[in-house]
Design a protein around this ligand. Structure first.
Ligand SMILES: Nc1nc2c(ncn2[C@@H]2O[C@H](COP(=O)(O)OP(=O)(O)OP(=O)(O)O)[C@@H](O)[C@H]2O)c(=O)[nH]1
Ligand SMILES: [Mg+2]
Length: 604
């Protein structure tokens, strides 16, 4: 191989030139952006001649060109001809900024865009002996006009850069680019996913690994992925390095290659280190159950509060993962269809993420304050509040629609509803209450989400009655019920009256026995939100339960105190009203508390 030194070599001593030529003998590992040794040699030589040094390094880690002088990367010999729209050029350019900053200049960025480098990196250091810092830019996507989207990462310590799975990142980026240029839109081509669930130790759980992986497949499809393979492995306990066994890792790596898999979804939460190791071993993007659920929530959030809450949960989930070496990069492309909490956030350092978390928490607290005020206003009116809770896809939103003749979004999808919706519900005894639909629960709901959604879920805490909707036609109805109770406990809701409704009984025609058993349970009703079966009984029961602490009374309000009559209209249910000789005669149904306060006016 020629060992030409390009650029402004005039005036350099023979000995220095020899040292520069020596750079060609050095190399990085395959998949590494730069090795520590190369970085230190670049620093020392660059200091010695007080000029920039640039080099090209290919994907095998070989140095293919070395140049001296500023902005010389544009003068370097052309890279190979793979510069099609959906590929990078196969070479990274690394250059030094002696006595400068480890930041990319405008010229660096335009060279990155024009020459489609795998990466463009700038390295700088403070004093001759100090550790170099390095920032690098990459093309990470194509925009709507098929123009490259650039992102800058870092600065990082060189040793952290050396530890990054750079090859995997390049591989992922090329896949994204290929899809973008094929479809003009990533969302059109579903990502191909393989799933894995580990069955281990904790046999107390009623969910078998198989059940759980089926649910995971539903989640993955909800998120827009195509499930190509499902794996289950039994082990006494998770492997600390790979979570699953090494043999399984090999089997899956082969499967990933044969089936052109884009991502692998784990049913359990992985440690950041396990995630990184797996990413290297399998060569595909790895996400875990928590990451997947967060991804779905990110896609579904509609209200500004919902969006803030999801972003908060995503950042809290990402924080430990970004802190590990290099993981910020391996997280490139976030979840399915590359929805992270905004890819630009991947480049912000940990402190800025912390700041953002604090900001989000503050915003959410404020919104919560507002809601509390509305809440107080409602309480004053003594309107009873009923809240729908239940496993995701149980039929909560459908039931709200049936009961209140509304048309909110209800779909055969997990997490169709994220943001609470409240409607007025008229009851057969003439009274009314509010009915609130909430986000569905799931087994092992990520705790980041429960925490972030705590304020939304306060409606559950404040409710007078919970209407627990169960999909009676689901094989795992019992397990789902347990999961719901677990989340309620996590929310600190333990002493609320609960009315259970076994929904979807129209699907139980083959299971008369089951239906009879459900009908005999206390505090439970069988209904079909779809056909309306059982709904009149449900309404009667609701009226009875909510009316329990209500009394009917005849009052005589003196004409001088007509203020009280107005109050009755506001807070009680007025059944009749007449103007008598001594005052207004009102028959009303009201809360015991109110009746006690109005005792002096109540007629025997
Ligand atoms: N056969 C039948 N299907 C129902 C019934 N109630 C709801 N469904 C269907 O079940 C699916 C889920 O209904 P949703 O109302 O969206 O469920 P949800 O509990 O609000 O779900 P999330 O918001 O995703 O947590 C939809 O496809 C509904 O049409 C029912 O009584 N019978
Ligand atoms: Mg819903």
């Amino acid at each position: 191989m020629t060992q030409t030194i390009y650029g402004k070599t005039e005036g350099l001593k023979k000995q220095v030139l020899t040292q520069l030529e020596g750079i060609y003998e050095l190399r990085a590992d395959e998949g590494q952006l730069i090795s520590q040794e190369l970085a230190l040699v670049l620093r020392d030589l660059s200091d010695a001649i007080n000029r920039e040094i640039s080099l090209y390094i290919d994907r095998k880690g070989r140095v293919t060109a070395v140049a001296v002088g500023s902005d010389c990367h544009v003068e370097l010999p052309g890279t190979d001809s793979r510069r099609s729209q959906n590929r990078l050029c196969g070479v990274a350019c690394i250059h030094t900024h002696p006595s400068g900053a480890p930041r990319l200049s405008g010229v660096d960025l335009s060279a990155l865009r024009d020459l489609r480098f795998d990466a463009m990196a700038a390295m700088a250091w403070e004093t001759p002996q100090s550790e170099p810092l390095l920032s690098f830019g990459m093309i990470t996507d194509l925009d709507e006009d098929q123009q490259p989207v650039l992102q800058e990462f870092g600065p990082f310590k060189v040793k952290d850069v050396a530890a990054m799975p750079f090859g995997n990142v390049v591989h992922t980026v090329e896949k994204i680019l290929a899809k973008r240029s094929r479809n003009h839109n990533l969302a059109e081509g579903p990502e191909r996913a393989m799933l894995i669930s580990l069955a281990w130790g904790d046999t107390a759980s009623r969910w078998s690994a198989q059940d759980s992986v089926e649910e995971l497949a539903q989640l993955a499809e909800t998120a827009g992925a195509e499930v190509v393979g499902k794996f289950v492995q039994s082990r006494p306990k998770p492997d600390p390095v790979f979570f699953i066994g090494k043999g399984k890792v090999q089997e899956m790596a082969l499967f990933a290659q044969q089936e052109d898999i884009d991502l692998c979804i784990f049913d359990d939460e992985l440690s950041p280190a396990q995630q990184r190791n797996l990413e290297r071993a399998l060569g595909v993007r790895i996400i875990d159950r928590t990451g997947l659920i967060l991804d779905i929530f990110a896609k579904r959030a509609r209200t500004s509060e919902g969006k803030l809450q999801v972003e908060l949960a995503q950042l809290q989930y990402m924080l430990p993962r970004i802190m590990g070496q290099g993981t910020s990069l391996s997280r490139l492309g976030g979840g399915i269809g590359t929805r992270g909490p905004g890819e630009t956030k991947l480049e912000v350092d940990r402190r800025r993420i912390r700041d953002r978390i604090a900001f989000l928490e503050d915003q959410i607290r404020r919104m919560k304050g507002n809601r509390k005020q509305q809440q107080r206003a409602r309480n004053k009116n003594e309107v009873k509040q009923v809240c729908l809770v239940g496993y995701t896809n149980a039929g909560k939103s459908t039931l709200l629609n049936t009961l209140t003749h509304s048309d909110i979004y209800a779909q055969d999808q997990l997490f169709a509803t994220l943001d609470p919706t409240t409607r007025q519900l008229d009851l057969p005894d003439g009274s009314s209450c509010t009915l609130t639909d909430t986000v569905g629960f799931i087994q092992r709901l990520p705790h980041q989400l429960v925490a972030a959604f705590k304020s939304t879920l306060e409606v559950v805490k404040d409710a007078d009655l919970l209407l627990h909707v169960v999909d009676s036609s689901h094989e795992l109805a019992r397990e789902q019920t347990e999961a719901v109770y677990q989340v309620l406990q996590e929310l600190g809701v333990t002493d609320k009256p609960i009315l259970t409704v076994y929904n979807k009984v129209d699907r139980l025609s083959q299971h008369e026995g089951l239906r009879r058993r459900l009908e005999q349970e206390d505090n439970a009703l069988c209904i079909s939100a779809r056909t309306g079966e059982g709904v009149p009984e449900l309404l009667e029961t609701l009226a009875r339960l909510l009316g329990q602490d209500r009394v009917e009374a005849d009052l005589c309000i003196p004409y001088g105190e007509s203020r009280l009559a107005a109050r009755l209209h506001e807070e009680a249910q007025v059944l009749s009203e007449e103007y008598g000789e001594t005052g207004i005669l009102i028959r009303a149904r009201m809360d015991k508390a109110l009746a006690d306060r109005l005792a002096p006016y109540i007629q025997p």
